[in-house]
Design a protein around this ligand. Sequence first.
Ligand code: PGA
Length: 256
Amino acid sequence: MARRAIVAANWKMNGDLALVDAMTAGLKTVALQDNVNVVICPSAPYLSSLVTQANVQSLNSAIAVGAQNVSEHESGAYTGEVSTQMLNELSVKFVIIGHSERRSYYKETSTQVAHKVNAALSAGLTPILCIGESEEERATEQTETVLASQLQPVIDEVGIEKFIDVVIAYEPVWAIGTGKTASSEMAQETHQFIRQFLAQANESVAAKVPLLYGGSVNASNCEELFAQADIDGGLIGGASLHVEQFKTICSAAKGK
Ligand code: PGA
């Protein structure tokens, strides 16, 4: 069974044109293991420059560009939104959907997240669907219920077969930007739960979906996390703003 690994950089509302240049120049010499994709997700205004720079630097085809969000609507009067068609026109291949910051600050519901995943898949984009529990939910042993409640509406809307083109990022909210990483055992246990949950709907699809871990991943802890049986790479925030550190993380990932 070949399951690809993915290391995705989530720059959030950080970075600038200088980082676009530095990252694309740095990635020219990154050493990737077999069956690994790298995805850089800057803020929307930098997508076009990133695609252009990636072409100028003739980056390895395993390196792609992703957006941090997309509208569930095709077009029309939605001020401030970006459509799947616009991303396609820029040769953006991936899109992060349902990040916990969007769920909490912008009140995105799991139903809306499901609509966005559907829109992305229909447009041929690969969604990086983010799920994860809060500190309180973990403390009160609701982690599995919460993850199931975030996944089920998406399965219901797009159908489990389409998950063959979905990437899932498990990000415990309490580990994001806090320096508190889940232990590799805890992360593996939760990833295993997610894969089993998908397997109840379709075993062969579940075996192929890349499951990324996110939350304070850095150059020191990535190797141990990526070595876990159900962890297929990471969604990297803070550490993805530092070219050399990010390259180290990319080199640690390996397809399974
Ligand atoms: P972090 O962010 O690596 O800074 O914790 C991860 C994310 O939110 O995607």
